[in-house]
Design a protein around this ligand. Sequence first.
Ligand code: BMA
Length: 341
Amino acid sequence: MSWKDHGELFVRYRKNPILTVDIWPYRAHTVFNPAAAIIDGITLLLVRVEDHRGFSHFTVARSKNGINDWEIDSKPTFFPDPINYPEEMYGVEDPRITYIDELEKWAIVYVAYSDSGPLPALAFTEDFRYFDRVGPIMPPDNKDAAVFPVRFNGKWAMLHRPAPTIHTLKANIWISFSSDMKSWEKPEVLLYAREGGWWDAYKIGLSPQPLRTPEGWLIMYHGVRQTTPKISYRLGLALLDLEDPKKVLRRSEGWVFGPREPYERSGDVNDVVFPCGWVLVGDELRIYYGGADTSVSMASAKMSDIMEFIRTCPEKQCPEEYCRWFEGNRRRSTGSRKGYV
Ligand code: BMA
């Protein structure tokens, strides 16, 4: 049997949370779910800030060591602009940032909360001070999106997560392609939510932006477990083929990080860890995550340990018995589901 319980791979910074609303330079309700990057040696977090209307915007926090002494912009850095961009009517949420070498710009894919539901929107920036909005890049309901930094056979690729459907109750991670990052095509399911008792049953979504490693694209995703009367957001890993990101090479069975500490277990939404960004510092992979939709924390793991772990993960997305059952069902249903096993 391939199943191995590796437990949690990431170790929390001992003085978490690293950012709370108490140190914010202006009035706000909560700060959480940041995107992350290192620019000229400085760690930059694009933090989701929720105001007292319940609407979110983004504010930049910068730190030399990525842990403390954060310099936070004195006012919102990226504020919803519903007059010019009506899809931002109820705010902007959960950004993911990717540096696009070819364009010499950062691509920010964020959730615009429109009157018809959440949708992925795109903006570019060179400096996190001025932003060039492209606007919506997919219709609602869709979220948890990030672009890859390179093209594949001439096309950009994006991971995203359409909402659960009433037909299957499932929300899977999809991959789509584009020539210009504005119109996206050829959508196909990449990672399936598992079912039954699994920690990632029914609803999964991408967490930070895809990370290139010599062995493939490392993907961290959240799985949402719903039990009465609560939900838990936990994190798993997958590895995608470097040349063809439609191919899933490995997927962890157990979760690698989940809510445990008081600042993750209790807050605006209990039992949530939700990273939108990660950075590599030498051999240390740091995730920056929202705890309980209330504060920002950091946890890290050695990249070499992660790669060693991912190599031991199964190639199939689920154990044999379940795959056999799923394959049986798949053959009875329509269409091909390439990339599943
Ligand atoms: C998800 C997203 C996240 C949030 C999480 C838990 O659907 O909206 O922003 O952290 O729910 O509430």
